[in-house]
Design a protein around this ligand. Structure first.
Ligand code: AMP
Ligand code: MG
Length: 347
């Protein structure tokens, strides 16, 4: 298969629009940028299209897909009645990086929900994502555009690495600004439960006078199902280790490790911030951003992991991020990428 590549301006071209629509309706796959990460899209009611996503990503079939639409009316076409607080969430955070898990109507195929009776729905805010769904005129399932287990793609180049000539169409929309996947919130009960943290945070929801819980706060016998969470995610090729503790101790520890690995002929990479990147003279140190700027850190996380892969780094040490409103979302991804491998230096 030869992938057709379009740029943002091409979406105004009638022939390109027809190609995108026809491809999706006939069960093909189109990758497009969203504000969170790039998504690999298929017509939600096309068995062929959905199968294509699972196959090309290598995604386990019980990990459900999020359905993307462009209006709240469309959400209601596919989901059952919901509590009144759900309306408030929709009105405040859509279009945007929030997915709501709602009770599904029968029209939603079990294939996209991993057999659950609920479905994740999102109205994306990115103009290209909206345009693609409008062109298709149908709901589009769009999980992150990465081979399963790999870091999500936030750059066109990273989409190409995983999917060139494996999908019908890729749309180049530059960098996905948010850089972390949507906040997934289960709203099938009296109070919302955050299944996956993101840049729509618990605090932001509480500001609307809505009581919200995090997955880990829920009684284990009553844990909402989020099948995707049990799988390995975001993993770089090298071994990622998070180092936590006082900054100076962390820097010394990492420099010691760099020496040990270098002696064995192994390459070490360091994920640090702007203010510390000069403290690792003999390693491949990447600044993920300014320590004060959590938007920047979130936005650069996945591309930094992929950058380490490009340089064939064997061991990657990352500082941990405990400051700022996105720290939970950032650490959630980083911990999974590291397979929960954390060195705690505090005594
Ligand atoms: P991705 O599309 O790759 O960002 O992954 C979608 C995430 O949403 C996964 O963690 C899924 O487990 C979660 N998700 C999607 N639909 C549901 C659902 N109906 N119930 C619970 N979690 C869901
Ligand atoms: Mg994903």
């Amino acid at each position: 298969m030869k992938t057709r590549i379009y740029k943002q301006d091409d979406l105004e071209n009638k022939l390109v629009q027809e190609d995108i629509k026809k491809t999706l309706l006939q069960g093909g796959n189109v990758i497009f940028p969203t504000e969170t990460v790039y998504g690999i899209g298929a017509y939600a009611l096309s068995e062929k299209g959905i199968k294509g996503i699972y196959e090309v990503k290598g995604r386990p079939s019980d990990n459900p897909l999020i359905m993307h639409v462009t209006s709240i009316e469309d959400v209601k076409k596919y989901t059952k009645e919901h509590m009144s607080y759900v309306e408030t969430l929709m009105e405040n955070f859509w279009p945007g990086p929030m997915t709501l898990v709602l009770k599904k109507k029968d029209i939603v195929p079990n294939m996209i929900t991993g057999g659950l009776d609920s479905v994740g729905m999102r109205i994306p805010g990115h103009h290209i994502a909206k345009k693609v769904i409008e062109i298709a005129g149908v709901p589009i399932c769009a999980p992150s555009a990465n081979i399963s287990g790999r870091p999500s793609a936030t750059l066109f180049e990273h989409v190409l690495e995983d999917f060139k000539d494996k999908v019908d169409i890729i749309i180049d929309g530059g960098k996905s600004e948010v850089g972390l996947e949507s906040t997934v919130i289960d709203v099938t009960r009296e109070f919302p439960v955050i299944l996956r943290p993101g840049v729509i945070t618990k605090d932001m929801i509480e500001k609307l006078s809505i009581e919200v819980k995090e997955n880990q706060e829920i009684d284990k016998s009553d844990v909402p199902k989020a099948p995707g969470m049990k799988y390995r995610h975001y993993a770089p090729k090298g071994q990622l280790i998070i180092v936590d503790g006082k900054l100076e101790d962390v820097i010394s520890y990492m420099n010691q490790k760099i020496i040990e690995h270098t002696e064995k002929g192994l390459k070490t990479g360091i994920i640090c911030t702007e203010d510390t990147k000069n403290r690792f003279p003999s390693a491949f140190a990447i600044s993920i951003g300014n320590i004060e700027n959590e938007e920047e850190i979130a936005s650069n996380l996945f591309l930094t992991l992929r950058h380490m892969d490009k340089h064939d780094i064997d061991y990657i040490y990352s500082i941990s991020f405990h400051q700022g409103k996105y720290s939970e979302a950032i650490m959630n991804r980083l911990m999974k990428a590291a397979n929960y491998n954390v060195i705690q230096l505090d005594t």
